[in-house]
Design a protein around this ligand. Structure first.
Ligand code: GLN
Length: 540
């Protein structure tokens, strides 16, 4: 296996994850089998316990790992399906070392940062290598910024690792920022020089430097960076601000032939240039679509760009498939509680209620679902959004006044969404959720089954504690709610729909974790199709 390590310098939020993912795309399109992973130097064992305000979305993998949102980019930009082995945090590293120490595994030695902690980090790369023998290239992104104290052990581990596997098998890529100083009218390379100097101090000489820049990177600056960062000029690569879509990133990096530089460094130069036609077509459909729809996303963290990352990306994928631009309006559902729904969401072509925890804004979401149902506006509920649709239907169609989820009202007379009995005994945060891929059965003849091309079984990723309470199933079904899917093992309700509406579908799982640029998720695709149809009918 060959290794690419991607570090970041100068500032955070440089798009290092996107750069790493884009390199993944380019190498995969050269015919190589690529696997990606992320090392995060923070002390949380995983981001599952972090607020979206802190860390954006928690991205869930098939095996139930709750990971950094960059893993979402990796899965969308490459075809590799990732596992919990692909996201390592300092929390996990120290946890493992302390457990070994307590077990006496270190045989009386003094346990130290070097070699014990660095060995633990390296062992993860070796383990991933051993478990993925068919993979050609492993790309590892190191979170944080070079110069941070908390990243030092990871960098030291990588330095050692490169020596152990042979430097020819490793490519170090450093992503930095070239700030433009307006007053001087100049792009500055000094922060890049200093950040590379910091890396070299640790013993890592980057092979390629990716420079994030608003505009282009001129010859003079390329020369300067090459000279003072000790790399060849051709290995100084520009990574420009893309105009419209993150999916342009691989195409931008390709302009300086980054994939060629990488394969030459790690001895895979015989591979053909990347086949990017499909990707380019996809990008064109994203940038210049024929149609457009307006979708309201009624969530709690609407002001945060990253909190519903995968949902926004999935909407873009589905939009591209329908040659449609998605205009997103982010609805603060608390506002819905005080203003008329007509005013706030009367103009939209579709309403999406995403996942969430806690009771803030819940009544507003229920109002949004009601407005969608009554006005035949496409409604797509995801996880919490399905629980909301269930509560709304129970209250307003079945007359179960006060129906609720026990997450929001433990004393509700009609707990139409509740915890499964056995789950009630678990109290530790972080380990009592239904997490990861679950198989479910689709019922033939439903709208949903049709969207899934009449598949009879599907596998989708979960992250939730509460469930549709089957005690109320008959009552809801009598009034027209259709259950379109149940989990294969426990028979838990996975998807509901209202056949009387053009699209009123909600699922307990998170379809947004399985949507890809040229492979939109069937439910997102169906939702956008319905929104487009509604809009076109109104324009007739
Ligand atoms: N809070 C709900 C639950 O725990 C929904 C979770 C979610 O939307 N991810 O079941």
């Amino acid at each position: 296996m060959k290794y690419i390590f991607v570090t970041g310098g100068v500032v955070s939020s440089l798009g290092k994850g996107l750069a790493a993912a884009s390199i993944g795309t380019l190498l995969e399109q050269r015919g190589l089998k690529v696997l990606m992973q992320k090392f995060d130097p923070y002390l949380n064992v995983d981001p599952g316990t972090m607020s979206p305000y802190q860390h954006g979305e928690v991205y869930v993998l098939d095996d139930g790992a709750e990971t950094d949102l960059d893993l979402g980019h990796y899965e969308r930009f490459t075809s590799g399906v990732l596992s919990r082995m692909n996201n390592l945090t300092s929390g996990q590293v120290f946890d493992a070392v302390i457990k070994k120490e307590r077990r006496g595994d270190y045989l009386g030695k003094t346990v130290q940062f070097i070699p014990h902690v660095t060995d633990e980090i390296k062992s993860r790369i070796y383990e991933v290598t051993n478990n993925n023998k068919d993979v050609d290239v492993l790309i590892t992104e190191i979170g944080g910024t070079v110069g941070d104290m908390e990243g030092l052990l990871f960098l030291e581990a990588l330095r050692q690792f490169a020596l152990e596997v042979g430097k020819d098998n490793v490519c170090f890529i450093h992503v930095t920022l070239l700030p433009f100083i307006k007053a001087a009218g100049e792009v500055k390379t000094k922060p890049t020089q200093q950040s590379v100097a910091k890396l070299r101090e640790i013993g890592i000489q980057p092979d390629i430097i990716i420079c994030r820049t608003e505009a282009d990177l001129d010859e003079d600056n390329r020369k300067k960076i090459a000279m003072f960062c000790n790399v060849e000029k051709k290995n100084v690569v520009a990574f420009r601000d893309v105009d419209h879509s993150i999916y342009e990133c691989p195409l931008d990096l390709r302009r300086d032939k980054i994939d060629r530089l990488v394969v030459d460094k790690i001895g895979l130069g015989h591979t053909p240039p990347p086949a990017l036609e499909e990707w380019e077509k996809f990008v064109q459909r994203v940038i210049h679509p024929k149609h457009s729809v307006t979708i309201a996303v009624a969530g709690k963290y609407t002001e945060l760009q990253d909190a519903y990352k995968s949902i926004y990306e999935s909407l873009i994928h589905a939009g591209a498939a329908h040659d449609t631009k998605i205009k997103i309006v982010r609805i603060d559902t608390e506002a819905l509680e005080n203003q008329s729904a007509e005013e706030i969401i009367g103009h939209v072509d579709g309403i999406l209620v995403p996942g969430g925890f806690g009771d803030r804004g819940i009544e507003g979401k229920i109002l949004a679902a009601k407005y969608a149902r009554e006005n035949n506006i496409p409604y797509f509920g995801i996880c919490l959004g399905m629980q909301i649709a269930t509560i709304e239907f129970a209250r307003n169609v079945c007359g179960l006044t006060g129906a609720n989820s026990t997450e929001f009202d433990v004393n509700t007379p009609y707990p139409v969404v509740s915890l499964q009995e056995e789950q009630k005994k678990l109290t530790t945060m972080g380990n009592n959720m239904r997490l990861g891929a679950c198989e479910s059965i689709l019922f033939a003849g439903t709208q949903t089954a049709q969207l899934y091309h009449n598949a009879d079984r599907i596998t989708e990723r979960h992250r939730h504690r509460y469930e549709f309470n089957s005690d109320y199933q008959d009552q809801l079904q009598e009034k027209g709610l259709v259950i379109s899917s149940v989990s294969a093992k426990e028979g838990l309700v996975e998807i509901i729909e209202l056949p009387s509406n053009r699209f009123h579908i909600a699922c307990q799982f998170h379809p947004e974790f399985q949507s890809k640029p040229n492979k939109p998720h069937p439910l997102f695709s169906g939702f956008i199709n319905a929104a487009l149809e509604k809009k076109m009918r109104e324009e007739l």
